[in-house]
Design a protein around this ligand. Structure first.
Ligand code: NAG
Ligand code: NAG
Ligand code: NAG
Length: 412
């Protein structure tokens, strides 16, 4: 009895939480009929739906989610080419992209090869996340991207605000628990968010591609070079808050890191590890979308993790930590707080220089549950998104996992 009362209370609370945030969003739109401040000046038709999803023949709509700290995120909803949307949809699944990427990452190859399309074809109600600062997100209710404060966040806010508020939004619309898929930084965000009881209660199960929580064993030469030259401190000291590798500044920076120190002939390999199964003739097309901007503070947070080997909040230094967190060291995200009852599925690769196998063992040791594991010896970090064989190697297994945890009524 007490248990069911508690369960009802939890549902009501999360419902109110979501309702509250979408009402703020509605009020905001009403108050600014001239439109939301846009991150990049772009045409109204310049949306992810119009670029990659509608042209492939898939129904696609864009939703705007306002985070608790005022960012306006684009969330895309995609469904099957053949299905009838007004009939019952399959279970919702949220795709959460990685660092320097956005929702486009799930749609860059053909419909037969790309996870976003494949899930839609299998009848899932596909929701595509885009974090703050990326090309598809819509800025902030009062900050401009030129403001230093616009970029004052790291993956900690992406986890506790962006991911949490997107999950909440989808939950409030579909009234169903959600499957979550994360890649790379999307898994850092997921694991951090799942340690929070009010977020994880809205999640049915999760699939993690190249999961990261510990980063102490990163071996990518390009990344280690940036860590050793203290690039993170350098750029913040220079007053650079937005990290955009497409800017002139970003291009010069890449040149100076490569100069004589790292073999950048195969730049991607020196960042991610060797990817086995790319379609090389598509790289120019990928580069029309990647990389997306992120914040210098986020880079600094990631480098703190590489240096210290901890999965914790942003380290501001002793005094500010004490002020913000009430302790000298930043609080850790305790993976032991992720409920044992949350089904987890993990895919990882032997050539992944970012999500290292030793670091993954560390993660697994701290989880209460035993996730299902899929190991692909020749896969690098980006193969999990763009391998020409990913459907057979990875996605078919993921879908089988989701089906085994879905509600019995499923027709997907
Ligand atoms: C948006 O509209 C412009 C002008 O009509 C057109 O050139 C462009 O291709 C359109 N973009 C997309 C993504 O549909
Ligand atoms: C979609 O399903 C609804 C409800 O079953 C039906 O009324 C409608 O005609 C269908 N539309 C198409 C295009 O099949
Ligand atoms: C590789 O990309 C090209 C160009 O988009 C395409 O024609 C070809 O079918 C792709 N190959 C594979 C194996 O997917």
């Amino acid at each position: 009895m007490a248990k069911s009362v508690a369960a009802v209370a939890v549902v009501v609370r999360s419902f109110l939480l979501c309702l509250f945030s979408s009402q703020i969003a509605a009020a905001q739109f009403a108050a600014t009929p001239t439109g939301i401040p846009s991150l990049r000046p772009r045409l109204p038709n310049d949306t992810l739906c119009n670029h990659l999803i509608l042209p492939a023949g898939y129904p696609c709509s864009e939703h705007t989610v306002q985070t608790k700290d005022g960012y306006l995120l684009a969330l895309h909803r995609v469904s099957s080419r053949t299905g009838n949307i007004s009939e019952q949809r399959g279970p919702p699944v949220l795709l959460q992209h990685g660092l320097f990427m956005a929702g486009d990452a799930w749609f860059l190859d053909s419909p037969e090869q790309s996870l976003g399309f494949i899930l839609a074809d299998h009848g899932f109600d596909v929701w595509v996340g885009n974090v703050r600062g990326t090309r598809w997100s819509h800025g902030h209710v009062f900050l401009s991207e030129k403001d230093k404060d616009f970029w004052d966040w790291s993956w900690q806010e992406l986890a506790l605000h962006d991911l949490a508020d997107m999950i909440c939004y989808i939950n409030s619309i579909t009234n169903t628990k959600i499957f979550v898929v994360g890649h790379s930084q999307g898994t850092i965000m997921s694991l951090a968010a799942f340690t929070q009881p009010d977020i994880v209660e809205m999640v049915e199960a999760a699939a993690l591609l190249c999961p990261i929580s510990y980063l102490g064993h990163v071996s990518a030469p390009f990344v280690l070079r940036m860590v050793n030259m203290h690039l993170d401190q350098m750029i913040l000291a220079m007053g650079i808050h937005e990290l955009d590798f497409r800017s002139d500044w970003g291009i010069n920076l890449m040149d100076s890191i490569c100069d004589g120190h790292v073999d950048c002939n195969d730049l991607l390999s020196s960042i991610t590890g060797k990817n086995c199964c790319f379609n090389n003739s598509r790289v120019d097309f990928y580069l029309e979308y990647e990389p997306h901007p992120s914040s210098s503070k986020n880079l600094r947070h990631l480098f703190q993790m590489i240096r210290k080997g901890k999965f914790s909040k942003y380290d501001y230094g002793l005094i500010k930590n004490l002020k913000l967190y009430g302790q000298l060291k930043p609080p850790i995200f305790d993976l032991g707080h992720i409920p044992k009852s949350l089904p987890l599925w993990i895919a990882y690769g032997g050539n992944d220089d970012l999500a290292d196998v030793t670091d993954l063992q560390h993660t697994l040791k701290e989880l209460q549950s035993k996730p299902e594991l899929l190991y692909l010896e020749n896969y690098g970090h980006i193969d999990f998104l763009l391998s020409v064989n990913a459907k057979k190697d990875v996605y078919d297994h993921m879908i089988r996992f989701f089906r085994s945890w879905g509600k019995s009524s499923s027709s997907y």
